[in-house]
Write a protein that binds this ligand. Structure first.
Ligand SMILES: C[S@@+](CC[C@H](N)C(=O)[O-])C[C@H]1O[C@@H](n2cnc3c(N)ncnc32)[C@H](O)[C@@H]1O
Length: 197
């Protein structure tokens, strides 16, 4: 099922009865290989795939139907709005942001999703101890993440927290691996600090 979230008017609430299941969120799920495999691997969890491109989401929805993945829901939403106000607070156990658009040109830098602002807002939806899983093929973006996150005391590196999905690949990752690039993954645990809401 695809839920359409727009601006501040759609705050997403999981169906009653399902809201206690652990939640995995794929931010920018694209063609869906990762989120589909994730939902198949953890049928007892709620798995959300979010993307702005409705055409991609429709294709993912079809594949989910064929694979009978009843625990996967798709959100047509903007990643920043999703974490800033559309998802309930402290509702996500693990957020995956895999191969987001790197916007490599200097003049497009502002379009990048991962910023200190985004990382601070992400705290709102993660449960205490929740995980942020990141991957990119773009070395400068990777270095930027390490620099930014290194300054945020509420994210502590914890790569062991993604060991159970280390064999899953995204569609973009496969393309880059096919071209001989490396796609490093890393994970950070959200450790609330005094004063965090
Ligand atoms: C480079 S693709 C990666 C897709 C997938 N994660 C993968 O690795 O195959 C980036 C995806 O993020 C989506 N996207 C870009 N900006 C977004 C935003 N602000 N909110 C939600 N999705 C976004 C794009 O539509 C695209 O599907």
């Amino acid at each position: 099922m695809i839920h359409f979230l727009t601006g501040t008017y759609a705050v997403f609430q999981p169906e009653e009865g399902r809201d206690t299941a652990p939640c995995e969120l794929d931010l920018g799920c694209g063609k869906g290989r990762f989120v589909l495999d994730l939902a198949a691997r953890f049928p007892e969890r709620r798995v959300y795939g979010a993307d702005v491109m409705i055409g991609r989401l429709r294709k993912v929805a079809k594949k989910a139907e064929l694979r009978r993945l009843a625990n996967l829901e798709l959100l047509r939403a903007d990643n920043l709005e999703l974490v800033a106000f559309q998802l309930p607070p402290a509702s996500v156990q693990r957020a995956h942001l895999l191969c987001p658009d790197p916007w490599p040109k200097e003049r497009h830098r502002d379009k990048r999703l991962v910023s200190t602002d985004f990382l601070c807002r992400l705290r709102r939806v993660l449960v205490p101890g929740g995980i942020l899983h990141l991957a990119t093929d773009h070395d400068p973006y990777f270095t930027d993440w390490l620099r930014m996150i290194g300054k945020l005391p509420f994210f502590v590196r914890d790569d062991a927290a993604i060991a159970d999905v280390a064999d899953l690949r995204t569609d973009f990752e496969l393309i880059w691996l096919g071209k001989g690039k490396t796609v490093p993954h890393m994970a950070f645990r959200y450790v609330p600090q005094v004063g965090d809401a």
